[in-house]
Design a protein around this ligand. Structure first.
Ligand SMILES: Cc1cc2nc3c(=O)[nH]c(=O)nc-3n(C[C@H](O)[C@H](O)[C@H](O)COP(=O)(O)OP(=O)(O)OC[C@H]3O[C@@H](n4cnc5c(N)ncnc54)[C@H](O)[C@@H]3O)c2cc1C
Length: 539
């Protein structure tokens, strides 16, 4: 069995993993593994941009206030303060490294407006901000001799004391790396590391309709939970209000910034309905816009509403949103300057995740998490638009700083590393029932959509958990018998994430932010607390 060894192991090649890797490489040898190719994850799909308060008249305090408002009383104020202040430094760092963002006629960074923001503060690269950042970081990484990037390597499980002494769960204190599956050969290798960063992105694919690419199956949350990490606030799943109503995979997103430029929502009956729901109308926080659309759909029995971009005009649409405008035209035969665009909400962003401190450290020593998979406390019950790329930069940088200030990056725990056994797959066989594995995945996704969508209710949550428990038994059976493949591992992670999400929903007996419970439609002050799922709360 193959094995490898490094100072810093990074799981995931989105913005969090890549930025961490570049910074960590100043102190030691880095390995990045990524389940797919290097340009995988949600980062490349981010259109709108990065929120940062650098405009005239704007300030970190205003950015903080908007973030706290969106978070509906659950943000960790210190985390938000770190985000809005350190965020400015991180953007200057990227600019100093040579990245390009779109500029206005005066040569200043062009600042866009998005829902929930009280000022123009979204820096962007046209409407392909994420791809621009990811490609930029990948180019830097390709030139760095201290970083090895391994594609088609899927982390299976984190290595802890559990793997040295399988019968003793109490002694889990440290992380020593991972077991990883080569998704081309289905071989498993061991990668030992002084420090491990989980940067595996979100879990949109727990749902059937999602803006997230297919690799976003909540692997980080599932792995961390199995290893003994605390998981926070998983009930807060953000549904993006406006994705194209069309059979595309992943769902094609129509950036919030289009509404920032004046696009309006209109139902099939021809009514501009957002004025009936919120004073900020189309620029209300995302959860309100998504729920308003959901309510319109249910009221009229329609399958979609329309986004009306006609007031923006052809020139501005094409200049400001070239990718969206051209894709709509060439792929879907829709001219946004003339046609109404059919839209629906879809699963978009995981606000909770692996609980970390202000430096990305989890409750397991030497194990960090950053980006969408982490819960740093900045999003609370709802993420403010364009805060996630910023959060990824800020907290992955802080993780590196924490490691190098606290430890010797090159420490060598020979004793422990020597006790780690290779992966045992001797008893397993090739399972032929691929149809059943796909069926189970779809079944889980459909239940999540029908029972744990935008509007929830206690009886539906109870019922969903019962069905998921039964499916979990089937999945366990496959996992134990089968020689591992990406499909089986993703199924194992999706079912665990789904159950953790339902458990988190059941813990919250109020409506807050993205969690809307029919039986309790209001906030309750005595429920204003995080939902934390401790290790082994569910099997
Ligand atoms: C359509 C869309 C538009 C968005 N627009 C914006 C925006 O305008 N502004 C903003 O701030 N945010 C936006 N977001 C959110 C933002 O893009 C993400 O939150 C952010 O990019 C997450 O970065 P990440 O590094 O945490 O994860 P990702 O970019 O998702 O990367 C995860 C990486 O982990 C890898 N991986 C996953 N599981 C494993 C495993 N088991 N083993 C090995 N590798 C694994 C994946 O292959 C991938 O490389 C948008 C998201 C989407 C989907």
């Amino acid at each position: 069995m193959k094995s490898d060894r490094c100072d810093f192991l990074v799981i995931g090649s989105g913005i969090s993993g890549l930025y961490f890797a570049l910074k960590a490489a100043e102190y030691g040898k880095v390995i990045i593994i990524t389940k797919d190719n290097s340009l995988s994850g949600s980062t490349r799909f981010a259109q709108g941009g990065v929120a940062v308060s650098i405009g005239e008249g704007d300030s970190p305090e205003k950015h903080m206030k908007d973030t706290l408002n969106a978070g509906a009383g659950l943000c960790d104020e210190k985390s938000v303060e770190i985000l809005v202040n350190d965020g400015i430094e991180r953007i200057h760092d990227l600019l100093n490294m040579g990245i390009l963002f779109t500029k206005d006629e005066l040569g200043n960074l062009d600042l866009g407006m998005e829902g929930g923001h009280s000022d123009k503060r979204i820096i962007h690269f046209l409407d392909q901000t994420g791809k621009n950042i990811q490609n930029f970081l990948l180019e830097k990484i390709a030139k760095n001799n201290n970083i090895k990037l391994m594609e088609n390597q899927m982390a299976v499980d984190l290595i802890t004391e559990h793997h040295m002494n399988r019968n003793n769960r109490e002694k889990i204190e440290n992380c020593y790396g991972i077991y990883a599956l080569d998704t081309k050969t289905n071989e498993i290798c061991t990668i030992l590391a002084n420090f491990t960063l989980i940067a595996t992105g979100g879990a949109g694919r727990v749902y059937p309709f999602s803006t997230n690419p297919s690799e976003c199956t909540g692997d980080g949350v599932a792995m961390a939970y199995r290893a003994g990490c605390n998981i926070r606030n998983l009930e807060f799943i953000q549904f993006h209000p406006t994705v194209l109503y069309f059979d595309s995979d992943p769902a094609f997103l129509l950036s919030e910034a289009i509404r920032g430029e004046g696009a309006k929502l209109i139902n099939k009956q021809g009514e501009y309905f957002m004025k009936n729901y919120h004073p900020m109308e189309e620029l209300a926080p995302r959860d309100i816009v998504a729920r308003s659309i959901d309510s319109e759909l249910k009221k009229h029995g329609d399958k979609f509403v329309y986004l009306d971009c006609r007031s923006i005009g052809q020139q501005k649409m094409a200049d400001r949103f070239p990718y969206i405008y051209e894709t709509l035209k060439s792929k879907y035969h829709l001219d946004a300057a003339q046609d109404l665009i059919p839209v629906v909400p879809a699963a978009h962003y995981l606000c909770g995740g692996v609980l970390t401190d202000y430096n990305g450290l989890t409750n397991i020593k030497y194990l960090y998490a950053a980006g969408e998979t982490a819960s740093t406390g900045v999003h609370g019950a709802n993420r403010l638009a364009s805060n996630s790329l910023l959060e990824s930069l800020v907290f992955s940088y802080r993780a590196v700083q924490d490691i190098v200030h606290r430890y010797d990056a090159k420490r060598n725990d020979r004793d422990a590393f020597g006790k780690i056994p290779p992966w045992n797959n001797k008893e397993t066989v090739h399972v032929q029932e691929w149809g059943i594995i796909n069926h189970l995945r779809r079944e889980i996704q459909d239940i999540m959509w029908d029972y744990i969508g935008i509007v929830r209710s206690k009886p539906r949550l109870d019922r969903a958990l019962k069905i998921m428990d039964i499916i979990q038994e089937d999945v366990n059976d496959y996992y134990q018998r089968a020689r591992l493949t990406r499909e089986i591992l993703e199924l194992r992670n999706i079912i665990l994430c789904a159950r953790l999400i339902i458990r988190s929903c059941l813990e919250r007996d109020e409506s807050r932010g993205l969690h809307f419970l029919l039986e309790a439609p209001e906030h309750r002050e005595d429920s204003r607390m995080d939902t934390i799922i401790l290790p082994e709360s569910i099997e």
